[in-house]
Design a protein around this ligand. Structure first.
Ligand SMILES: C[S@@+](CC[C@H](N)C(=O)[O-])C[C@H]1O[C@@H](n2cnc3c(N)ncnc32)[C@H](O)[C@@H]1O
Length: 234
């Protein structure tokens, strides 16, 4: 496993997908982007003040104390992972965080307590390489809207493949807002111009990209349905 734990950085194993370099260099790839966006108030502003609400809803679904193995697929700006790591530490479990960009993993390492039971792993979400049924819970926080459809489908299949039977996949992401949503036009403009794959989540339910065997156990929407939370079982 290529983990950035306490020791030296290991060589990377997954290639950076073209869409990240082409579409998201300004948000995730360039070191200046990481410096700019790694601000709690800014990620909260990008989510129109909903960051804490969505973070806490996801954490509640995962549980207060998290024994066993937890997987977070893709880094998140702000304090999502430190808070998740606290719950994992309380439960005596371990947390693996996967991201395809080493710059993101290095940024996350700086946000974590050095005793946190967290391993950072440079992998592609669409090809995790972990054993089947090796995690009790998996979380995808605002990843699905950022990836092209084929990557989204493979990411969901991988998240469910590594989940134990009876485990839960928690997803938080964009959703089609209600017709009267005051920010509908603004969000259409922003997503169309800056996040070209995101409007897929307005057109389709996440179920459209799940393997046939998966079951959506719960769906909640937030803030005029601009955001959604799903709990999925394999
Ligand atoms: C979770 S998403 C967006 C999170 C949210 N917008 C935030 O506040 O940070 C961002 C992360 O996804 C990662 N990512 C994108 N495509 C990926 C892939 N195929 N495999 C692994 N990580 C990926 C990016 O490198 C980035 O760190």
């Amino acid at each position: 496993m290529n983990a950035i734990a306490a020791g030296p950085r290991m060589p990377t194993t997954a290639a950076v997908p073209a869409y990240l370099n082409e579409t998201y260099w300004w948000a995730y790839v360039h070191p200046n982007a990481v410096r700019l966006f790694e601000r709690q108030w800014l990620v909260n502003l990008i989510l129109w003040g909903n960051f804490a609400r969505l973070r806490d809803a996801a954490l509640r679904e995962l549980g207060d104390e998290l024994p066993g193995r937890t997987l977070q697929v893709a880094c998140v700006y702000g304090d999502f992972t430190p808070r998740l790591a606290d719950r994992v530490a309380k439960g005596g479990g371990t947390l693996d965080v996967v991201d395809v960009l080493s710059v993101q993993l290095a940024n996350l390492r700086r946000k974590l307590d050095e005793r946190a039971p967290v391993s950072l792993v440079q992998r592609d979400a669409a090809d995790l390489g972990f054993a089947d049924a090796s995690y009790q819970r998996v979380v995808l926080f605002f990843l699905l809207h950022e990836v092209p459809e084929d990557v989204r489908r493979r990411t969901l299949a991988e998240a469910l493949r590594v989940l134990e039977p009876g485990g839960r996949l928690v997803i938080v992401d964009y959703h089609r807002p209600v017709a009267w949503h005051p920010l509908r036009a603004v969000m259409t403009f922003i997503l169309r111009n800056f996040e070209p794959f995101a409007l897929d989540l307005w057109r389709h339910e996440v179920r459209a990209w799940l393997p046939a065997s998966a079951a959506v156990a719960r769906k909640r929407t937030f803030w005029g349905a601009l955001y959604q939370l799903l709990v999925v079982h394999r």
